[in-house]
Design a protein around this ligand. Structure first.
Ligand code: AMP
Ligand code: MG
Length: 487
């Protein structure tokens, strides 16, 4: 088996990365291969699961054609700038062009120290690897742009955090790993040629038609702004909280990247936070659009010299492009919420109707996912949704106005329910379920719960009567109040 690598990033100037192979591990064992994704990349899943394939995932064998590098990047973390972060525990093996002609990175995460490791060990623990596997694949099944999980192995080595934990490596696939922080790396060094070379690379790779625009770099910035606005709206429409929206965790491609202390909300609250390291709520659910714009503003600053020769003119152009974020986000969020409550188009007054629902949900600790899924059932006459509200009367007071509005867009109830079910998942990676399957794997080497959860999450919009437990919100004693990044 040979992979058809074509490593365009490794052909960029040497200051873009450090060239080094992954560090071998003691005793790799396969956790899981993502067979459909492997096939999409032109990789035989059976080979990937073989001893040779597992050795590649573990970093014990560098496949022919790979050109392993650790990518350089910088980043604002919780608002504070670090001029050099970089792949401290990841190696980009190389790029392959997939069956649809899309160029995709294959990266090993947890693959050993690099010149960017700082004080870290370059490794990943099993828990966070499983968490990224579960949540990134769940996001893909929900139709949300994301990096993917190709395969994962345990290493046979311990990693030391507060306690000793089993080590693991995740093979991650992304349309690229170029981040806002990658641009910041060069801009912070006054390396205008670096910024330009990176922008040209990113345009060719992600927004090729922008190259033909009258002002390609302006068009590029506008595309990234639009992609992020759409992405954040998609997250929020399924109750997703990224948890660490640092500029180094913001991908230029518009894919969700770097799943750390991320979480799907159970009970809706606009300012919900799960991350144990997010003390000020900077990355709370409802702050995500504002933070995305803040991150994009950092990108715009890096691109200023490419936007116009005159600094003031460049700033004015950047501001104009960044001003496009809010309307784009608002339109996607509103239209998405409209579809979630069963509307085909958003009209005057709908915003107030939706805001009122959200307020009642927040006041009544209503489960985000099951309330919206329950609305789909309510269209067909089911009444269970009212019991999602601590005080069901709060729903009863809202429902007549909703039904009246639905009546203005006549549709057969079964067809409406189908349309709403395609917008409102029944199954999300519930925090308590994720913790449960991770505990089984870490404490007992039992991967059956992980496999079972993956199977359910692969079909999030389908009614799966046999999987009812996976749809349920946590019992009081199961509630996960905090999530950890586990680095
Ligand atoms: P993250 O929190 O995964 O987005 O990582 C932020 C930065 O810390 C990146 O530069 C990572 O490469 C680095 N990092 C995180 N964990 C480790 C680790 N165990 N060893 C070395 N570097 C790490
Ligand atoms: Mg990161």
């Amino acid at each position: 088996m040979s992979l058809a690598f074509d490593n365009s990033y490794a052909r960029l100037p040497q200051r873009f990365y450090a060239r080094l192979p992954p560090t071998p591990v003691s005793a790799p064992r396969l956790i899981r291969v993502n067979a459909p994704l492997a096939r999409q990349l032109g990789i035989d899943p059976d080979w990937l699961a073989s001893e040779e394939g597992v050795a590649v995932i573990a970093g014990n064998r560098v496949p022919d054609g790979a050109d392993p590098i650790a990518q350089a990047y910088a980043g604002h973390q919780f608002g504070g700038f670090t001029p050099q972060l970089g792949d401290g525990r990841a190696i980009l093996l190389g790029e392959v062009v997939d069956r649809d002609g899309v160029r995709r990175d294959i990266q090993l995460k947890g693959s050993g120290p690099t010149p960017f490791s700082r004080r870290g060990d370059g490794r990943a623990a099993l828990g966070p690897v499983l968490r990224e596997f579960i949540v990134s694949e769940a996001m893909a099944a929900l139709g949300i742009p994301t990096t993917r999980a190709l395969a994962a192995v345990t290493t046979g080595d311990w990693v030391f955090r507060e306690v000793a934990l089993p080590g693991a490596v995740l093979a991650r696939v992304a349309s690229s790993h170029i981040r806002v922080g990658t641009f910041q790396f060069f801009a912070a060094r006054g390396d205008a040629d670096g910024v330009k070379a990176l922008a040209d690379h990113a345009i060719a790779r992600h927004y090729p038609d922008a190259a033909a625009a009258a002002a390609p770099y302006r068009e590029f910035l506008a595309r990234v702004v639009a992609a992020q606005a759409d992405l954040i709206a998609r997250w929020m429409l399924v109750g997703f909280i990224h948890g660490v929206m640092n500029t180094d965790n913001t991908a230029i491609s518009g894919e969700t990247i770097d799943y750390g202390p991320c979480a799907f909300m159970d009970a809706f609250h606009p300012m919900q936070v799960y991350s144990s390291i997010d003390h000020g709520g900077r990355y709370a659910f409802g702050n995500q659009p504002r933070i995305a714009l803040w991150n994009l503003t950092r990108l715009a600053e890096c691109l200023l010299p490419l936007l116009a020769d005159d600094q003031d003119a460049a700033v004015a152009i950047a501001q104009e492009i960044l001003a496009g974020f809010a309307p784009r986000f608002d339109a996607a969020w509103r239209a998405g919420l409209g579809r979630k409550i069963g509307l085909q188009e958003v009209r005057d007054g709908d915003e107030a109707l939706i805001e009122d629902l959200l307020q009642r949900m927040a006041d009544n600790q209503a489960d985000f996912t099951l309330t919206f899924r329950g609305l789909a059932d309510a269209v067909a006459g089911d009444v269970a949704v009212r019991d999602r509200f601590a005080d069901p009367a709060a729903f009863d007071a809202w429902a007549p106005r909703w039904r009246e509005r639905l009546a203005a867009e006549p549709m057969a109830p079964s067809a409406r329910r189908d349309a709403m079910c395609a917008e409102n998942p029944a199954f999300i990676p519930r925090n308590h379920q994720v913790e449960r399957v991770i505990a089984a794997a870490v404490e007992r080497e039992d991967y059956a719960p992980f496999e079972a959860l993956m199977a359910v999450l692969a079909r999030p919009f389908d009614d799966q009567p046999g999987a009812a437990d996976y749809a349920k919100p946590p019992q009081a004693e199961e509630v996960v109040a905090q999530t950890f990044c586990g680095t």
